[in-house]
Design a binder for this molecule. Structure first.
Ligand code: 13P
Ligand code: SF4
Length: 308
């Protein structure tokens, strides 16, 4: 039996489900029951009937699954799979920041720890961030955390001046080379540039389309172009090539051409060997203290109930 078959067999026997993010390794996406972006994965985690959720992704995603499904066993193949964006928003500093603006509604991107979600009024993902901001009355001040690039993009899109931004970022999305992207555009003038809103403003300004991973996927299908320049973590190319085999997707280059800095090293920590071991041993398990979980759940449910 090969490793994928062993995983499938254990999954069946233990009534487990594997949820994988688009940034994980292709072979990991292939053994998953469901592959998606942050929003779709949290919706799946809330709805699944499985007894065990194996989260093939980073820690905050597995934590979100546990917050939404506290009675289920949530396993993460590698607990070291962190997130530079979540790490850029430490709890003590954020609590102090929030205390300085007690009148503000706190909107946090799901790329945060459970503690930050517990200090949040409503979560968002890159798919629904614009709708979440629009759901808040025009004159209401908003704290937006932790991604400064997504925050600035939302501010620009909505024209809202009363947004107070936390100064965090994702190292993967900040490492794209504008020069390199423009050189590609010269080479492929008809190729639309599709960018994730966690990228820096100059990159977003030259993009033909800005959206979450699932929005980028949809745009690649909707747009009649045959070639695309993709400015997000290149793991998404696996699904893009599968969905649109007659189209060509070119990953945007990093600032430093000698490194694979646009690969999310955390997502790539998840391997088939680790998934198999996790299923065999039913560990490592993700836990969240109940007092934090209950408060964090409210902010995630507030997002999910908007249905956007
Ligand atoms: P989405 O899944 O919302 O596109 O976010 C990308 C990301 O950075 C996940 O870590
Ligand atoms: Fe975090 Fe960036 Fe990796 Fe997404 S791509 S998990 S935001 S470090």
């Amino acid at each position: 039996m090969n490793i994928a078959d062993k995983i499938a067999e254990l999954k069946r026997r233990k009534n487990a489900v594997i949820l994988a993010h688009y940034y994980t390794r292709p072979e990991v996406q292939e053994v998953a029951d469901f592959t998606g972006d942050s929003l779709a994965l949290s919706q799946q985690a809330a709805a699944t009937k499985a007894d065990i959720i194996v989260f093939a992704g980073v820690y905050f995603m597995a934590e979100t699954a546990k917050i939404l499904s506290p009675r289920k066993k949530v396993l993460i193949p590698d607990p070291e799979a962190g997130c530079s964006l979540a790490a850029s928003c430490p709890t003590v500093e954020f609590a102090a920041f929030r205390a300085k603006h007690p009148e503000a509604t706190v909107v946090s991107y799901v790329n945060t720890t459970a503690e930050i979600k517990a200090l949040t009024d409503i979560c968002c993902t890159s798919t629904n961030a614009l709708d979440v901001i629009k759901s808040i009355p025009e004159n209401q001040p908003i704290i937006f955390a932790p991604d400064r690039n997504l925050g600035a993009y939302l501010q620009k899109q909505t024209g809202r001046e009363n947004m107070i931004l936390w100064n965090g970022a994702c190292h993967v999305h900040e490492e794209f080379s504008l020069e390199g992207i423009m050189a590609l555009k010269k080479q492929y003038p008809d190729a639309p540039i599709l960018a994730h809103p966690e990228c820096k403003e100059p990159v977003l300004m030259v993009a033909d389309f800005v959206g979450s991973t699932s929005a980028i996927l949809k745009e690649a299908g909707r747009n009649p172009a045959k070639t695309f320049i993709v400015v997000t973590e290149p793991g998404i190319l696996h699904e893009m090539k599968k969905d649109y085999p007659d189209k060509t997707f070119i990953p945007a280059p990093p600032l430093d051409s000698t490194c694979a800095c646009n690969d999310c090293a955390y997502m790539k920590l998840v391997t088939l060997d680790k998934i198999l071991k996790t299923l065999e041993t039913e560990s490592p398990e993700v836990t969240v203290p109940e007092s934090i979980r209950a408060a964090a759940e409210k902010s995630i449910r507030n997002m999910l109930s908007l249905n956007c």
